[in-house]
Write a protein that binds this ligand. Structure first.
Ligand SMILES: C[S@@+](CC[C@H](N)C(=O)[O-])C[C@H]1O[C@@H](n2cnc3c(N)ncnc32)[C@H](O)[C@@H]1O
Length: 237
C-alpha cells in the first residue's frame, strides 16, 4: 500500500511503528531510504558468508522481514536458527505472514532488543534499528552483541547518519529531500514526517559508530556501503 500517512496537514504526533505504518512500511522504506535495496542485498551476501553450523542469526528490529528474508534465502546451513525480533507486535505479525512460505528455522520474538540475551551468534543485523534506540543504551547493546558473537562472526548495522561538517551535512539533507521528492513525496509530507520523527530517530556520525565498534572490542569494522546520508557498517569479531 502507498505511504500517504503525512499527505494531509495533520496534528503531528510522535512516530510509532503501529498498524498504519506497517500497512505502508515496504513502500515507505523504499521511497525514503536511498540504497535500501542494496542494503538488503548485502545482508543476503552476509547470510551466505558468515553463518557457522549450529549457530544463531539475529535480525533485530526486523519490521516486515526484508532482512530476514534476504538472509534465509541465502542461507546454506539447515542447522542455523534465525531469531527475528521486534517490539511492535503489528510488525512481527506482518513479518511472519511475509515469511510463511520460507523454509528456514525462524523464531519470531516480540520484545525490546535491550532485554534480549544473545548467544552463540554468527551474524547479527540491525538494519535501520539502532537509530531508534536511545543513545545512552547503544554502547551496552553493541557490547552485548559483541560478547555473543562467535569468532569470525559479523555484525551489520545500517543507519541514517549525520556528517560532522555542518555544510556537508546540509548538502546531504537537501539531497535526501530531493530523493524523496523524486519518489513522489510532497514538501508537506517531507516536513510533517521530519517533525514526527525528529525526537524518535537519533542519527550519529560514521566516526561515532566506528569508535563504538572499536570500544566494545571489534578490531575490523568498515563502511560497506554509503548512499547519501545512509550507511551500512560491517564489523567482524
Ligand atoms: C526502520 S525499522 C527497521 C527496518 C527493517 N530492519 C528492514 O530492514 O526493513 C525499525 C524497527 O525497529 C523496531 N524497534 C525499534 N526499537 C526497538 C526495540 N527497542 N526493540 C525491538 N524493536 C525495536 C521498530 O518496531 C521497527 O520495526
Amino acid at each position: 500500500m502507498r505511504d500517504e500517512i503525512y499527505k494531509d496537514e495533520t496534528d503531528i504526533s510522535k512516530f510509532t511503528f503501529n498498524q498504519k505504518v506497517v500497512d505502508v512500511f515496504d513502500d515507505m522504506v523504499l521511497r525514503s531510504v536511498p540504497g535500501y535495496k542494496q542494503m538488503i542485498e548485502l545482508i543476503g551476501l552476509a547470510g551466505r558468508t558468515y553463518p557457522i553450523k549450529n549457530s544463531n542469526i539475529y535480525d533485530l528490529g526486523c519490521s516486515t522481514g526484508a532482512a530476514t528474508l534476504s538472509i534465509a534465502s541465502n542461507l546454506r546451513l539447515e542447522s542455523v536458527k534465525i531469531f527475528s525480533i521486534d517490539n511492535s507486535q503489528e510488525m512481527l505479525d506482518q513479518c511472519s505472514k511475509n515469511l510463511s512460505s520460507i523454509e528456514a528455522n525462524i523464531q519470531y520474538i516480540c520484545d525490546d532488543i535491550n532485554h534480549i540475551h544473545f548467544e552463540n551468534a554468527s551474524l547479527i543485523v540491525l538494519n535501520l534499528t539502532l537509530q531508534f534506540i536511545s543513545p545512552e543504551k547503544r554502547l551496552d547493546l553493541i557490547k552485548r552483541i559483541y560478547d555473543s558473537l562467535l569468532p569470525e562472526g559479523a555484525l551489520i548495522i545500517s543507519e541514517k547518519i549525520i556528517h560532522e561538517n555542518e555544510e556537508i551535512n546540509k548538502s546531504l539533507v537537501s539531497l535526501h529531500e530531493s530523493f524523496k521528492k523524486e519518489n513522489g513525496y510532497s514538501d508537506t509530507e517531507i516536513a510533517q514526517k521530519r517533525r514526527a520523527i525528529e525526537d524518535v530517530l537519533i542519527p550519529e556520525s560514521i566516526n561515532q559508530h566506528l569508535e563504538r565498534f572499536q570500544k566494545v572490542g571489534f578490531q575490523r569494522s568498515l563502511v560497506q556501503m554509503q548512499c547519501l546520508n545512509f550507511a551500512s557498517f560491517i564489523s567482524i569479531k
